[in-house]
Design a protein around this ligand. Structure first.
Ligand SMILES: O=C(O)CCC(=O)C(=O)O
Ligand SMILES: [Fe+2]
Length: 362
């Protein structure tokens, strides 16, 4: 007789697409091994520092979830997007209130964001605060919450915190400097995010130049992305060229966001990245993503923690807290009127938030 704890609610199996066979120009990113013994793990500090100073992106391998466990997580991630499990009417009940609350919990339904020339996004997002009890979830997701909560904790303690230790040591700071700003039980809005991209029409692809999500920086500290086979993510390299991020089986892609750039005094870069139409052999495939979007605790002031900041983005003493920054960024994203960046007509747009110019790229 099997015990109750072994029984897991059944969910339809998500079958990922085959990796692309197209020859793409990939970014050359270093890899951190999360499973090394402490001394060897900490020996990766210089590599991480260099990656975050240049690309702002890296891979992590040997995270706690096996390929089979990740297959289960991706199947769970598909649940909130399946019409047969959560009908549109129910999705609307759980829609986020980004514009008014500045909080990103709940659904972002398709066509909420403006991309370019009237083209709107075709991506559905379901965001959950790391404390899943903060908001009610659609009926089909409820039996799966214990598994999602476990996944959240694993991301926080076994991926985010180890990376934050390397980042602090890379700045010659005590190793828990950033860990202490990311308490699991403190007030804050770190998210587990599921995202499903649907193909655009030919007409929209032509108008937007194949861009699905405009070039942007993430507004939090660290973003963890579970690598999946549909190629579409590109990063803007220091030489000004867009390069693809290659899918690596069961690896994580990690990048720094605005808040980490501010805290590190500009030493770690919030790298610009975008999502574009996949290569021809993967067109018309749905692209399902799983992410952990980390933000520091709400009360953290986004002021440099290093004695000699490379750049200071806010006037000394006028730095916003994480809460203020995330709310402003969330309520405006994909909704606000952007102006063309002077001298960069057609390629860069910008807006000003708290005296800081936030850029959006075509
Ligand atoms: O889907 C991806 O690969 C990246 C998504 C992303 O950049 C974002 O949601 O901020
Ligand atoms: Fe992003």
């Amino acid at each position: 007789m099997s015990s109750i704890s072994e029984e897991r609610p059944s969910v339809p199996l998500w079958t990922p697409a085959e990796p692309t066979k197209s020859e793409l120009e990939y970014a050359d990113l270093p890899t951190v091994d999360l499973s090394l013994p402490r001394d060897e793990f900490l020996g990766q500090v210089d590599m991480v520092k260099k990656a975050m100073e240049t690309h702002g992106f890296l891979y992590c391998v040997n995270h706690p979830y096996t390929v089979e466990e990740m297959s289960r997580i991706f199947s769970i991630a598909d649940v909130p997007f399946r019409e047969d499990l959560v009908p549109l009417e129910e999705k609307k009940k759980y829609e986020g209130t980004m514009k008014v609350s500045g909080s990103y919990q709940g659904y972002k339904l398709r066509e909420y964001w403006h991309i370019d020339k009237g083209v709107r996004d075709q991506v559905e997002v379901y965001n959950m605060n790391r404390d899943l009890s903060k908001r009610a979830h659609p009926t089909a997701l409820r039996p799966l919450l214990p598994e999602i909560q476990k996944f959240t904790r694993s991301n926080h303690f076994e991926v985010l915190h180890p990376i934050l230790r390397l980042l602090a040591l890379g700045l010659d700071l005590p190793e828990n400097t950033f860990v202490d700003m990311h308490g699991f039980d403190n007030a804050g809005e770190t998210y587990v995010r599921f995202m499903k991209y649907f193909p655009h029409t030919e007409e929209d692809e032509a108008k937007s130049g194949g861009v699905w999500l405009k070039g942007h920086t993430d507004f939090g500290t660290i973003t963890v992305l579970y690598s999946q086979p549909v190629s579409a993510l590109q990063i803007l390299s220091p030489d000004g060229k867009w390069r693809w991020v290659k899918h690596v089986e069961n690896a994580l892609v990690i990048n720094a966001g605005d808040a980490m750039e501010f805290l590190s005094g500009g030493i770690y870069r919030a790298t610009i990245h975008r999502v574009v139409q996949p290569p021809p052999d993967q067109r018309n495939k749905e692209r399902l993503g799983v992410y952990y979007f980390a933000l520091s605790d709400d009360n953290v002031k986004l002021a440099p923690v290093v004695p000699n900041p490379r750049e200071r983005r806010f006037e000394h003493g006028k730095e916003p807290t994480m809460e203020v920054w995330r709310k402003e960024r969330t309520s405006r994203y994909g909704q606000s009127e952007l102006r063309m960046a002077p001298g960069k007509e057609g390629r860069e747009e910008e807006e000003e938030i708290g005296g800081i110019v936030v850029k959006h790229y075509r």
